[in-house]
Design a protein around this ligand. Sequence first.
Ligand code: SF4
Length: 436
Amino acid sequence: MKILLIHPQNYLQRHSTGIYGRNLRYAPLTMPTLKALIPFDLKFETQIVDEMIEDLDFNIKADLVGITAITGTAGRAYEIADHFRKKGIPVILGGIHPTLQTNESLMHADTVVKGYAERTWPQLLYDFKARKLQKVYEDKEPFDASLIISPDRSKIHSKDYMGSCTVEMSRGCSNKCDFCISHQFHHSYICRKIEDVIHEIKNMKSKIIFFLDPNLIGNREHTKEFLSELSKLKKWWVGCASLDIADDPELLSLAAKSGCKGLLMGFESLRQSALISSGKIKNIGKTYSNVVDLLHEHGISVQACFVFGFDTDDKSVFEEASEYIINAKFDLPQISIYTPFPGTPVFEKMVKDNRIITRNWSLYNGQNVVFKPMQMSVKELEIGTDLVRKNSYSWKALSGRLFTKPIWIKPLVFMSYLNFRYYQYRITKAGLEYNV
Ligand code: SF4
């Protein structure tokens, strides 16, 4: 028996038609984790296809197909699922979108796995072998983080990812930002056993580790303990953290000591009104430039995410943000458009208010306007966001950033910068190609 596990991609990222350069690819954990969870006694053969790095051969032979999907990849996942089902091969859908939009997903799959698969996936495979596949598998029991096992990375093409050594220390996030889909899927913030994660990292040959956790500091005391252990391994690492890392000198210093070289952080908006209305409480009252300076003093570079299109945003937000982003010396600004993901209360509210303008999930990738903004037109939001993007990636902005601390990381920042400039150019081109 052979299982084909597919990680589909949005049109912006897809290999050969996508926009990301090689430098921006991180090895996903879902499929290697599902592979590791296959009961040994079933003796199933496995193949993993990640559309980020390779084309999917629609003629691959398989007895069962498993596809994971987030909102932005759901359309592609359905296309692939429909194809294999037409050939008589059962298809399983799982991940955030099928969990939150189960009925829709069932129109394209034999079975949907809702939520975490640690207990349901092995059961599903036994049922498949016994020809007793059910429509929905959902683990309703309390979840213990010790159930999370190390992924089996033997079937992924490590060399094709810049970030091949990816790992998770936790799942979920302790915050509840209203636009974020993470806490709709992960019902609570859980941390893995420290010794399990350390053991996994010890076995990785690469010097640099990429944490894929939505927020590494959801439980600060646990993170401190973990970082103390991690520092013994003499690795470098990058990951995501909320801004309150800057409030805790001990945590910040442990992060630096354990090899933290970069953090992706959601600054989201300069406007307090947007932070308050969206529940981004950890950012309220913070002076962003101080946070960035503090991180730089610790040798940590900052990839700063900003979002435009909050209901409180008016047309003046773009000029204001452009100027701030240039002067605050964020190493890598990431500019996105507010996206109400299906499954969030924000989406439901917008449906009720007749503000959702498309249900083409492929456009739910943070780069398209999918709703009617409150204080401007769709076009104005698109053009305004584009202006911020262009200003943030101008040569003037780059020259201002290149000579700030930490200096050692600047060649990498410069390379990433060029890559991002290319990426931004491709976003515009992809918009034209895909008529979005
Ligand atoms: S801090 Fe980040 S991961 Fe956590 S809820 Fe907010 S947006 Fe989501």
